[in-house]
Design a protein. Sequence first.
Length: 417
Amino acid sequence: MRLHLHSFWWLHSYSGKLDGMPAKLLDLHAGAHSGDSSLTQLDPEAFALERAAAQGLVLDAQQQLTLKLLSENSVAHLESGRRYPSGKHVYLWGPPGRGKTWLLGAFFDGLPTGQKRRFHFHEFFRELHRTAHQATAQALLQVQEPGTKGANRGRTDRAEARSSAIERAIESMLGDVEILCFDEFHCNDPGDAMLLSRMFKFIMDRRILLITTSNYPPEELLADEYYHHLILPTIESIRQHMNVHELDAQQDYRSAQIADAQRFGYNTGNILIQPTLLELLDAGLERPANDESVELKPTSHVIAAHRATPDQLWFSFKNLCESLTSTLDYLELSKAHRHWVISEVPGNETMTPFGLRRLANAIDVLYDQDIRLDLILEADFGEALNHLPELDAARLISRLNALQSANSQATPEETLV
């Protein structure tokens, strides 16, 4: 059975009003990394508006206000000769699907400086962890330890070596950057909180203008009550130095239907419930043969895959989401495989909180990398979304809403049994 997404519980419960929304506005959540050499770089606001016009997009009032804020703050920073930019940093947050990624990308491409960097936060932190670990290991080797076992515990020179190594790792990644942009800024790992605090201090001390997008207000970073205290210094720094700006136009552009001609990358994927062979073929899918099974080791754990070719990577939900996989695994695998299929996704009764969390993390990576995803479901798992915090559930819903079935003109009654 081919699924029409508007029949799902999550869309009825979370999506905004769709009346009168042009389908072309759906492009606001994508294409942020694409450049257009035919556009003349003026100031960032003019550049972004020209790009929007060229793509047939109409920015709403809140999006225009956000773009004006980003442009004015960045131009003021560049013209000031890189004076301390406190108050000019921008923490842009709001629900998924409001155009934050498109706005950041267009703004970034129009910045009149080569000393700019833009990262997806998942990828930046993965690389920062790796670089910091290598730098710390090298630094500790240079610290001569006494022969007495345990005497080196807590030594100040070792602590200083670690500290300076982390700072060098951050500096090696940022270089002489003047404006730094992070997309999808978030922290849900206690181990990241301390490193994040160090990174913020480095950015502020070096007078780098910081622009971030996030689905979360600062106070909801690392929301787990047992670890939230670890992120408080970073939240305080955000509130002290950054302009916290909410973007919520009450419309999730991903939830509107996408015409076939506008589907690309991630959006070319489908959500199917117990599809027949013909329905799989219609979606361009063919179930893997038994002899196609393979074991992959993207980082530290082995993951069994039904199929792994340059054209397609096919996992069962159990192997990908119910085993010890992580965002780092998904990021590594996404480098070589531009089409993913996750099959045997369970319904409400058997969906586990841990499996759902890993599924959400994998979908985040695939969406951000604009990689096609096909989900093959055993049953509707909409009610299981209650396992997630409200904002995380809304984020996943927005990602799922971007996956439209090919029979998008069907009514809900025609697609349910």
